[in-house]
Design a protein around this ligand. Structure first.
Ligand code: UDX
Length: 452
């Protein structure tokens, strides 16, 4: 299918909307990103980004100077002029675990009222439960002027934070769910510049591909975390076990890193929403419910490890390395560091934390934490160091210097990034996750003469 340049509207300028808009502009389309938050639009028009995402600012700058990307706070004229409209608004979790689809509904109504007289494809890109596309279609039909010509498509986004630009410019696959030949042709022409496979399915299948993919990855993480438990009990090392498993190409090496469990803006909410929609449709998806249970337990077990290592927590000085839910992002949603810091503060510890980019956001949520200028400063006089997020700067840190700065060299490695033999040789007491072989059956590695 040959490339066809399109006028595109992207509604919502979060991670998905901004990256989608910038990447589609980069490959040659004319894109306007719309947001109803005037503050956000002002930031974007000033050449800044409301989020931290490596490579995105440069890409946005690049496509803005070529005139292919613009921002606006006015949905009606932008949608009215567009041939393809992407819905990229948030679908946050409701207390019930279901996705809150009220923003999607509102945007669907706004789009309906703004449609031009030409044919338009309205593409649902936010992560949504199956049947949302059908409901978006119904909503637009109800609110659009008589005779409006449009189709709805589903085009789930698989980008991960921290690598979003790379993921969107060179995806593994593009999934497009359509229910008309005309929409298929538009979507194929739109994505023609991308070299990856383009999978065309029905709308429901495309919606399920997204939830099923995220839930499968979450399942894989919970699986290795369950194996980590067995490793601790059996005297094995989960890092070695995962390496041995991952070399089987049917299993693959990815998402087999045991640790504190998954967090972030997607997995927790998407797994929950998939379980909820399955149940609503009449199937109790107990497999992913168990994955959720293991994930929650992983966090509380790690906190128990900290407590066990410190014994009395009150007045102990604890250094935290990493606050964001994973490296290369400032996103604190469902970040384990937030729970750990809160628990430590609630139990009277003095918490000193460092993160390469998330400290400004963390200060607002946890003002009682003392934030340090660099990873070493927070370790001065510490009774324990907890590695929560595996930023490169921590993996490459001078641990000899850290050891010298600490009052008691207890190292709790929530991501299994350190070599236990190396850190023990430096004089640390090491606690990993699922590292029974190197740790002995109590899960603790002690250096010579440091036994209790
Ligand atoms: C995820 C999906 O990867 C992406 O395709 C989807 O579009 C959105 O959700 P993201 O949440 O940005 O992306 O991060 P990801 O790298 O997938 O990590 C998710 C969580 O799993 C993080 O908390 C990470 O620390 C954890 N994780 C990941 C593990 O605990 N172990 C692993 O082996 C891999």
């Amino acid at each position: 299918m040959a490339f066809v340049e399109r006028r595109i509207a992207v509604v919502g300028t979060g991670y998905v909307g901004l990256v989608t808009g910038a990447v589609l502009a980069k490959v040659g389309h004319r894109v306007t990103c719309v947001d109803n938050d005037p503050a956000k639009v002002r930031i974007l028009e000033a050449g800044k980004l409301p989020i931290y995402e490596p490579g995105l600012e440069a890409l946005v700058e690049d496509v803005r100077t070529t005139g292919r990307l613009a921002f606006s706070g006015e949905i009606a004229p932008v949608v009215g002029a567009a041939e393809v409209v992407f819905i990229c608004v948030g679908t946050p979790p409701l207390p019930s675990g279901k996705a809150d689809l009220s923003y999607i509904e509102q945007v669907a109504r706004d789009i309906a009222r703004s449609l031009g007289t030409h044919y338009t494809v309205v593409v649902e890109k936010s992560t949504v439960p199956v049947h949302t596309g059908m409901r978006v279609k119904r909503t637009i039909e109800r609110h659009a002027p008589a005779g409006a010509r449009f189709d709805v498509a589903s085009n789930p986004e698989f980008l991960a934070e921290g690598t979003a630009v790379r993921d969107a410019l060179a995806p593994n696959r593009i999934v497009v769910g359509v229910d008309s030949e005309r929409a298929r042709v538009v979507m194929e022409g739109l994505y023609a510049p991308f070299a990856c496979p383009l999978i065309v399915t029905g709308i429901e299948s495309a919606e399920i591909i997204k939830h099923a993919s995220n839930s499968f990855l979450a399942l894989k993480i919970s699986y290795i975390n369950a194996v980590a438990r067995i490793c601790e009990l059996a005297g094995a090392d989960v890092v070695q076990v995962a390496r041995g498993m991952g070399l089987d190409e049917r299993i693959g090496p990815h998402f087999l890193r045991a640790g504190i469990g998954y967090g972030g803006s997607c997995f927790p909410k998407d797994v929950d929403a998939f379980g909820e929609i399955a149940s609503e449709l009449g199937y109790e998806f107990t497999l992913i419910r168990e994955a959720q249970r293991i994930n929650a337990e992983q966090r509380t077990r790690f906190i128990r490890k900290i407590e066990d290592a410190l014994w009395v927590v009150k007045d102990k000085r604890v250094a935290l390395w990493g606050l964001s839910f994973k490296p290369d992002t400032d996103d604190l949603r469902e970040a384990p560091a937030m729970d750990i810091a809160r628990w430590l503060l609630d139990h009277g510890a003095v918490v000193r934390a460092h993160d390469p980019v998330a400290m400004d956001k963390a200060r607002v949520l946890l003002p009682k934490v003392d934030y340090g200028a660099d990873p070493y400063a927070v370790c001065e006089g510490a009774d324990a160091l907890v590695l929560v997020t595996e930023w490169k700067t921590y993996i490459e840190a001078d641990l000899g210097r850290v050891r010298a700065a600490m009052r008691h060299p207890i190292l709790l490695d929530g991501r299994n990034v350190f070599d236990p033999a190396h850190v023990v040789a430096l004089g640390f007491e090491y606690h990993g996750v699922g590292r029974g072989a190197v740790a002995g059956h109590d899960g603790v590695v002690r250096g010579p003469g440091r036994g209790r």
